[in-house]
Design a protein around this ligand. Structure first.
Ligand code: GDP
Ligand code: IMO
Ligand code: MG
Length: 421
């Protein structure tokens, strides 16, 4: 049995949470492999809406096992808040959610360091989610991090050591740490809550599951264009969001990977700073934001909006080895007369189709205009109801991207999903 991977192909918020929930009935285990509470994965069903940050999106579909893998960074305080909100809505996860001992802990001082480094960057700030993601992964790589398994032995001593290192850095920057005592208090209550869960050696658990023919879905966070190696560096997150991240973030071999589901929106969005060649600053951009309700699920920030970028998508499909595409939020385009797709970039008068090293204002998107379908698709439930122009749009994308689009999402609800034959 192989492990399937589902990940975002753009700058995050493609709709990963919704589709993981839709696909979960086919799987026995759902596992997050990277990122942390910078993620906000939204699910809607039976008139209710949930936003998950660290908990995998497989928790609402029956008795499936959900795993927080070693590649994830976990903030116990935010984790506690998330768990309690789920418990309050009748979802007890203690038996169904397992946490890798090797997942790294986001400490209260990591959150302060995130804010401190952002402030120090001035005009070139990344626009992070402020959750301490970068500093936590930095400590992991520099071998100064604390892991979930550390909670079980001499934790206070290890915690204080790490905290003191951070305090020295914060003092060098003259950063205000008056909020620390309150954050710490909440954080230690979170650690207590975290201890109610089973800590596992997730690499053994997952490899045994694969051997025993259990179906596993690995759920990505963020998106390929935010990958630390291949995204629009330095305006990226601090983990490998690409499919290879599932190998390091769960401890599986590349041979264990089966399908790679790549999710993209029928247009494009981005939160935070960084290049975005097809960004629209006009009323079409405002229309996409309004119709798509493009506001961050973690920070509430308005998302930057623009036309679909096939140069960036082709690049993402290449580095991820995508085998099936999933197109989200096509309903947002339901009223558009014309839909544009960027098929190449023009740089210094040259047409470029490979995503370049430098992505700056010198890039001009080359667009193709397609006829909109101008039909409300949100109540459709079968592929054969699709309007002709929509089928033409799908065929155009499949031709340009070279991978079949196997699922189309036409609204936020679980039911507004069409699996194509
Ligand atoms: P994720 O981070 O990739 O899980 O995506 P987010 O949850 O941050 O953002 C996706 C947003 O779009 C959420 O508010 C979803 O409820 C919503 N959504 C998902 N699929 C669709 C769709 O097909 N149409 C519309 N209109 N909204 C969708
Ligand atoms: P999901 O999983 C969209 C962006 C931030 C910022 C950059 C670095 O919901 O798709 P970080 O806090 O990770 O150091 O911020 O990455 N970012 C996201 N954008 N969706 C996300 O997650 C994101 N997680 C981080 O806005 O530009
Ligand atoms: Mg999101």
């Amino acid at each position: 049995m192989k492990l399937d991977v589902l990940l975002g192909l753009q700058w995050g918020d493609e709709g990963k949470g919704k589709i993981v929930d839709v696909l979960t009935p086919e799987y026995e285990i759902v596992a997050r492999f990277q990122g942390g509470p910078n993620a906000g994965h939204t699910l809607e069903f039976e008139g209710k809406k949930y936003v998950l940050r660290s908990v995998p999106s497989g928790i609402f579909q029956g008795n499936k096992i959900n795993i927080i893998g070693n590649g994830v960074v976990l903030d116990p305080a935010l984790f506690k808040g998330e768990i309690e909100a789920l418990e309050a809505s009748g979802h007890d996860l203690t038996k169904r959610l397992l946490v890798s001992k090797k997942a790294h802990l986001i400490l209260p001082t990591h959150r302060l360091l995130d804010a401190c480094y952002e402030a120090a960057k001035g005009d070139s700030k990344i626009g992070t989610t402020g959750k301490g993601i970068g500093p936590t992964y930095t400590d992991k790589i520099s071998r100064n991090g604390l892991r979930v398994g550390d909670i079980l032995h001499n934790f206070e001593e290890k915690y204080n050591q790490a905290k003191n290192k951070h305090l020295k850095i914060l003092a060098q920057y003259g950063f205000d740490i008056s909020a620390l005592a309150d954050i710490e208090k909440e954080w230690f209550v979170g650690v207590k809550k975290l201890k109610e869960f089973t800590f596992i050696d997730s690499e053994h658990y997952i490899n045994d599951a694969i051997k025993n023919n259990k179906k596993i879905l690995a759920e990505g966070a963020q998106g390929t264009m935010l990958d630390i190696d291949f995204g629009s560096y330095p305006f990226v997150t601090s983990s490998n969001t690409i499919s290879a991240g599932a190998c390091t973030g769960l401890g599986i071999s590349p041979q264990a990977v089966g399908e790679v589901y790549g999710i993209f929106k029928a247009y494009c969005t981005r939160v935070g700073s960084g290049p975005f060649p097809t960004e629209l600053f006009d009323e079409t951009g405002d229309k996409l934001r309004e119709f798509g309700f493009e506001f961050g699920s973690v920070t509430g920030r308005p998302r930057r909006c623009g036309w679909i970028d096939l140069v960036a998508l082709r690049y993402a499909i290449m580095v991820d080895g995508v085998t099936q595409l999933i197109m989200m939020k096509s309903d947002v385009l339901d009223t558009f007369e014309t839909i544009r797709a960027c098929v190449a970039y023009e740089i210094d008068g040259q047409k470029v189709t490979d995503f370049p090293f430098e992505v700056d204002d010198a890039i001009k998107p080359v667009y193709i205009d397609l006829k909109g379908w101008q039909t409300d698709m949100t109540k459709m439930r079968k592929e054969d109801e699709f309007p002709t122009e929509f089928n033409q749009y799908l065929a155009f994308l499949e031709r340009e991207l070279g991978v079949p689009i196997s699922i189309v999402s036409i609204g936020p609800d679980r039911d507004q999903t069409i699996i194509r034959k």
